[in-house]
Ligand binder design. Structure first.
Ligand SMILES: [Zn+2]
Length: 151
């Protein structure tokens, strides 16, 4: 079964990392505790939070209390506690809006790329949700490196 998450307002960076690893992750600064609990129950999501009261108030819902304040450590912590490693699908989901990415031909998006990107890269993916374009540039390599120890 797919593991899905909903994160509280303090875990924005962690949300991006989880999406980067392909996990369906909801995060919004507009959710209040009640909404987080309701959505988690309705959609079968695991709540990740740094708020002990949120976990305690959430009945019939799975939750995990994140202890670390550092986002690298948080990812490591959650990976360990929930055994996420085998479920990772790196760079399959938009880190901004959580939508699954789709392959896109370079010709279709060429006018939106900088000259250097157009010259040096050939494989691109596009987010059908927000239109953001992804490719395996330096950003990608850096993220891969920081995730390497986990995967
Ligand atoms: Zn998107």
């Amino acid at each position: 079964m797919e593991i899905k998450f909903i994160l509280d307002v303090h875990l924005g960076r962690l949300a991006k990392y989880l999406r980067l690893c392909g996990f369906d992750t909801l995060f919004s600064t507009f959710y209040d505790d009640r909404e987080i609990t309701d959505i988690a129950r309705r959609e079968g999501r695991v709540i990740l939070t740094r708020d002990r009261l949120l976990i305690r108030g959430a009945r019939e819902v799975k939750g995990y209390l994140v202890k670390s304040q550092n986002h690298d450590e948080q990812l490591r912590e959650v990976f360990g506690a929930l055994e996420l490693r085998d479920h990772v699908r790196l760079f399959s989901r938009c880190i901004t809006c959580n939508t699954l990415l789709e392959d896109v031909r370079k010709e279709e998006i060429a006018d939106r790329l900088l000259a250097d990107t157009r010259r040096y890269f050939s494989v691109f993916r596009r987010c059908p949700g927000c239109g953001r374009i992804y490719w395996e540039g330096s950003h990608y390599e850096n993220m891969k490196k920081s995730l390497a120890s986990l995967l």
